[in-house]
Design a binder for this molecule. Structure first.
Ligand SMILES: *Cc1c(COP(=O)(O)O)cnc(C)c1O
Length: 526
C-alpha cells in the first residue's frame, strides 16, 4: 500500500481500494491532486501555529475547578502546514469561480469584483455597530439608500433590513403578520403553502406557531386557485407563496390569489427568493403582496453557499409596516440619519414586534448589494431578469428532447428549467445523472426538488453564464442524460474521476465524525 506524503493513510473499506489502483503512484497522489489526509492524521499535539509562553508551574488557575483536566484533542500544526492543508482541500472543491453552478433555486451567479472592492473600503469594512451615530452616517446612508432601491423595485411601502437570510426574512414576515393579527385581536391558526414550496416556508410557519396546510398544484405547475378558494376561511393567517414559483413558473393568477386571501382577512407572504427572474419588470406590491423577503445574496449577487453570509430584507405593505422589527433607520428633520431602537421605539415605532438581530443586519452584504444595483442601474437590473430568463429557456429547449420537462408544454419558463426522470431507464436515477455530471466537470443541478415532480432536476443557469458555457453544460447534460436513458449502468458507479467515489451522504450529514477520539479506524503506515 502506498503512503501519502505525510506518511499516513486512512484504512479504507475494501470497495474503495479501486480508487487507488495498486502501484499507480508511490505517494497515492494523482499528478497535482494530492490525496489529503484528515487534519488529525497530519497533526501532532506538540505543534502549534503560534509561540505561546509555557504556563507558570503551580500557578493556581483563575477558573478554579472549571479548569480543563485533559487534552482538548485539537489538531496541532505549524502555520505553513495548516495553510497547505486547507489550500489543498480547497482545490478539491468546486466554486462559482471555477465554473457554472447550475443549482436551481439557489441563484449562484457571478459576484462582480467591484462589490468586493467597495465592501473592503476601510470606511465600510472597519465600521463597528456600537459606534456613535454621528460617526456612521455613511453606513446608515448605505442602509437607507439600499432600502429605497428595494422599496422602489418591489413597489412596496417599507422594508425591514435586519433579517440575515431568506429563511430569517420569512420568520420576520410571518411575525409581522402575527403581530398585525394580534393587533386586530385575532388568533388565527393556519398558514397555507403550495405543494411546491421551499422547505423553509412550512418550517417558518410551524416555528411561528402555525399549523401548516398544503394547497395542491394544477397540471401546469401552478397553485390551484379553486382549491385555495375552497380552503380559505377566517382561520387562515396567511398564504405563503413563491413567485416565480419553485417549478420556475410565474403564478399568473397572483392578483386573484391576493384578493381571495385578503377577502377572508388573511395576508399574502411572498417568498421572493426568485426575484432575480422579475426584477425591473414586475413589482410584487402591484400583485397584492403584504410581505416578501429578498435574498440579497441571490438576486443582487454576493457569494453564498457553504454557509457564506446571507441577507434577507423584508419588504412590507402599508398594513404590515407598523409591525416591522427594530432597528429602523429614519431621517431626522435636520437631515441626519438615526436608528429607532428600544429606547425610542415607544414614541416612533410603538407597534414593532421587537428585534431579530443584535445590530443592524449584514452590513457587508448591504454594501455589496448596493454596489451591484448602482453599477447596473435600473436598466441593467431589468436586463438581469431578461438574461436570466433567456438563459433558462435556452437550457430548457436544448434538453427537452433528452429529458422529460413536465411543464415545458405550458410555455416558456422563468429563470430555471425543471426536468424529471420520466425518460430515464429503469434502475437509473436522478442521483446517477448528477454524479455523472461531476465526472464531466460540472457541479450538479438541484435534485429531487421541488417535490411535486418525480426525480426532479432543477437547473438555474443565471444571467451571468455565457452562451459558450451554457453550450458546454448542455453538451455534458445531453451525454449523461442519453446514457441514463439508454440504461448505461456504468453511471451507477459515477463519479469515477472525482477525488472520492460515492459517499454515504445521509450518514455524513446525520452522523458527522468531528471528534478525534471517534476517528479510531485509522492506522499508521510506515
Ligand atoms: C434560497 C431559498 C430560500 C431560503 O433562503 P436562505 O437565504 O437560504 O435562508 C427560501 N425559499 C426559496 C424558494 C429559496 O430558493
Amino acid at each position: 500500500m502506498n503512503a501519502n506524503s505525510s506518511g499516513w493513510r486512512p484504512a479504507m473499506p475494501a470497495d474503495e481500494e479501486t480508487v487507488y489502483p495498486a502501484g499507480s503512484t508511490h505517494t497515492g497522489n494523482r499528478a497535482l491532486m494530492v490525496e489529503e489526509p484528515l487534519i488529525f492524521e497530519i497533526s501532532n499535539s506538540l505543534n502549534c501555529g503560534v509561540d505561546l509562553p509555557e504556563p507558570e508551574p503551580g500557578r493556581p488557575s483563575r477558573l478554579g475547578n472549571l479548569a480543563r483536566d485533559r487534552q482538548l484533542g485539537l489538531p496541532g500544526l505549524s502555520q505553513p502546514e495548516a495553510v497547505r492543508h486547507y489550500t489543498r482541500l480547497s482545490r478539491q472543491n468546486y466554486a462559482i469561480d471555477c465554473g457554472i453552478f447550475p443549482l436551481g433555486s439557489c441563484t449562484m451567479k457571478h459576484n462582480p469584483r467591484l462589490n468586493e472592492q467597495v465592501a473592503r473600503l476601510k470606511g465600510f469594512a472597519d465600521v463597528h455597530p456600537l459606534q456613535p451615530e454621528g460617526s456612521v452616517q455613511g453606513a446608515l446612508a448605505v442602509i437607507d439608500e439600499l432600502a429605497h432601491w428595494l422599496v422602489t423595485l418591489t413597489g412596496m411601502h417599507s422594508v425591514a433590513m435586519s433579517p440575515k437570510a431568506g429563511a430569517h426574512g420569512e420568520l420576520c414576515g410571518i411575525l409581522c403578520i402575527r403581530a398585525a393579527l394580534e393587533a386586530r385581536g385575532e388568533m388565527r391558526e393556519v398558514v397555507l403553502v403550495p405543494e411546491s414550496a421551499h422547505g423553509t416556508n412550512p418550517a417558518t410557519a410551524a416555528f411561528a406557531g402555525y399549523r401548516v396546510e398544503t394547497i395542491p398544484a394544477t397540471a401546469d405547475g401552478r397553485i390551484d386557485l379553486g382549491a385555495l378558494r375552497q380552503r380559505l376561511g377566517t382561520d387562515v393567517a396567511a398564504l405563503m407563496i413563491t413567485n416565480p414559483n419553485t417549478c420556475g413558473l410565474f403564478e399568473r393568477d397572483m392578483v386573484a390569489i391576493s384578493e381571495a386571501v385578503h377577502a377572508v382577512g388573511g395576508y399574502v407572504y411572498c417568498d421572493g427568493a426568485n426575484f432575480n427572474a422579475i426584477v425591473g419588470r414586475v413589482r410584487p406590491g402591484d400583485l397584492g403582496v403584504d410581505a416578501m423577503h429578498i435574498n440579497l445574496h441571490k438576486t443582487f449577487s454576493t457569494p453564498h453557499g457553504g454557509g457564506g453570509p446571507g441577507s434577507g430584507p423584508v419588504v412590507l405593505s402599508e398594513a404590515l409596516a407598523p409591525f416591522a422589527p427594530l432597528p429602523i433607520v429614519r431621517r431626522t428633520a435636520e437631515g441626519t440619519l438615526t436608528l429607532i431602537e428600544e429606547e425610542t421605539a415607544e414614541a416612533d415605532a410603538p407597534e414593532s414586534f421587537g428585534r431579530m438581530t443584535a445590530f443592524h443586519g449584514q452590513m457587508g452584504m448591504f454594501t455589496r448589494a448596493l454596489s451591484y444595483m448602482l453599477s447596473h442601474g435600473a436598466d441593467g437590473l431589468r436586463q438581469v431578469s431578461g438574461d436570466a430568463v433567456l438563459n433558462a429557456n435556452y437550457v430548457l429547449r436544448s434538453l427537452e428532447d433528452v429529458l422529460d420537462a413536465p411543464y415545458a408544454h405550458a410555455g416558456p419558463c422563468m429563470h430555471e428549467a425543471l426536468f424529471s426522470d420520466a425518460k430515464v431507464a429503469e434502475g437509473i436515477s436522478t442521483l446517477d445523472i448528477a454524479k455523472g455530471l461531476i465526472d464531466e466537470g460540472f457541479h450538479p443541478m438541484t435534485m429531487y426538488f421541488p417535490l411535486v415532480v418525480h426525480g426532479a432536476m432543477l437547473v438555474e443557469p443565471t444571467e451571468t453564464e455565457s452562451k459558450a458555457t451554457l453550450d458546454q453544460f448542455i453538451a455534458a447534460m445531453r451525454s449523461v442524460a442519453g446514457r441514463a436513458n439508454d440504461g448505461d449502468t456504468s453511471l451507477l458507479q459515477a463519479p469515477l474521476h472525482a477525488p472520492r467515489r460515492r459517499l454515504d451522504e445521509t450518514g455524513a450529514a446525520r452522523k458527522p465524525v468531528l471528534v478525534w477520539s471517534e476517528v479510531s479506524q485509522f492506522e499508521r503506515v510506515e
